[in-house]
Design a protein around this ligand. Structure first.
Ligand SMILES: [Zn+2]
Length: 376
């Protein structure tokens, strides 16, 4: 978009109007596998032979919405922005805090994630806007990860597409972030391999076709996602708190069922930690990777970790490798075990997301709806 302070690391073509469609939960593998339900996007992928941009991106780790959207919103790694899971330990309060929809009143989003967002960095240089669900306008998650743009809320996906087309038409220069929640929701409830998920993919596909047909012709439309998803059968959703050796010396549990943070009691020394790792490896070593915080940090899984964020990472991490999910049913509500589609781990299916460049349908100005067709 011509702002010299940012490097064009994705090798995207120049554009004055850009819309970034963030589809929650649309893994690259799922999109390919279910492309029969997405004829428009399938055509986009098949026809995409030009341009140097990568077609696949890797979501941040853990592969979960709070973490990934914070990296998208700030351009910094999780070890810096500190949004390190669906929920994590707040060492200052000695309690587990949720970083998505159920934010803790004791956590200030601007102190928890102090880095300026891309929107904040662009303020005064380039107009920016967010089109999302109205309930997210003032949410702490938005404040932490995506603060600083003009917010336009619409509940239905159709209304969000129309709003996006309208605001793009009204601005000769604009960076627009458009959030799409419906697919992830269907995946959690029914699995990605379900008629409900396929239906939502069809809805998304049709909406992207409408968006491409209604935005100004010089708009660059990019579609990407925050993470993928894997379906976990009921028999592989395990309450690990039933095994005393898997929680011995553990003060707090947090994270996702596919990326568990285990935090030790303050007086637990290295032998307690090593015994915990050994117990997990003994029982689930073929199904999950079990690492200490140091191992994961040294391997660069969170990027460079700032001191304040380090204490939010579990002393021991259990990272699902196979189709399995780990719950502490002493802590989470029992319905959590009904979730079918899951993510959080470091597998390809969860981390690989598409980067699609959707061509804008060529058409005469004002050919479609008067509002969307007007040029600013
Ligand atoms: Zn998500």
């Amino acid at each position: 978009m011509g702002d010299a302070r940012f490097a064009n690391v994705l090798r995207l073509p120049a554009a004055k109007r850009v819309v970034v469609v963030l589809v929650d939960g649309l893994g690259k593998a799922l999109l390919k596998q279910k492309a029969g339900h997405a004829p428009f996007l399938r055509g986009v992928m098949a026809g995409d032979t030009g341009g140097e941009h990568p077609r696949t991106l890797h979501a941040a780790f853990p592969s979960t919405t709070a973490t990934s959207l914070a990296s998208l919103g700030t351009g910094v790694v999780p070890g810096q922005h500190g949004m390190l899971g669906y929920d994590v330990l707040d060492p200052g309060q000695d309690k587990v805090v949720n970083l998505l929809g159920n934010w803790d009143p004791g956590v200030d989003p601007l102190r928890w994630q102090p880095f300026p967002t891309v929107f904040e960095q662009l303020a005064g240089h380039l107009p920016t806007a967010t089109v999302s669900l109205p309930k997210f306008e003032h949410s702490p998650m938005t404040l932490a990860a995506l603060r600083g743009s003009r917010f336009l809320g619409a509940t239905s996906p159709q209304a969000r597409i129309e709003l996006a087309a309208e605001i793009l038409a009204a601005h000769p220069e604009l960076l627009l972030y458009l959030y799409w929640s419906e697919l992830d929701k269907a995946g959690h409830g029914h699995g990605a391999d379900s008629a409900q998920w396929e239906h939502q993919l069809e809805e998304l596909d049709a909406a992207m076709g409408r968006l491409a047909a209604t935005v100004p012709a010089d708009t660059l439309i990019l579609l990407t996602a925050d993470h993928g998803m894997v379906d976990v059968p009921r028999s592989a959703r395990i309450d690990y708190s039933q095994f005393p050796e898997l929680v011995a010396g553990v003060r707090h549990t947090a994270g996702e069922p596919r990326m568990v943070h285990l935090y030790l009691e303050p007086d637990a020394g290295t032998p307690v930690r090593d015994a915990l790792v050994a117990a997990w490896l003994d029982r689930f070593g073929t199904k999950a990777w079990v690492l200490t915080r140091e191992q994961a940090v040294n391997a660069g899984w969170f990027g460079e970790v700032r001191t304040e964020a380090a204490g939010r990472i579990g002393d021991v991490l259990v990272v699902a490798r196979e189709s399995v999910a780990f719950y502490d049913l002493r802590r989470v509500r029992p319905q959590a075990i009904d979730v079918v589609g899951q993510h959080g781990s470091i597998t390809k299916a969860e981390r690989e997301v598409p980067l699609l460049r959707i061509p804008v349908s060529a058409r005469p100005a004002n050919a479609r709806g008067a509002k969307a067709g007007q040029r600013g």
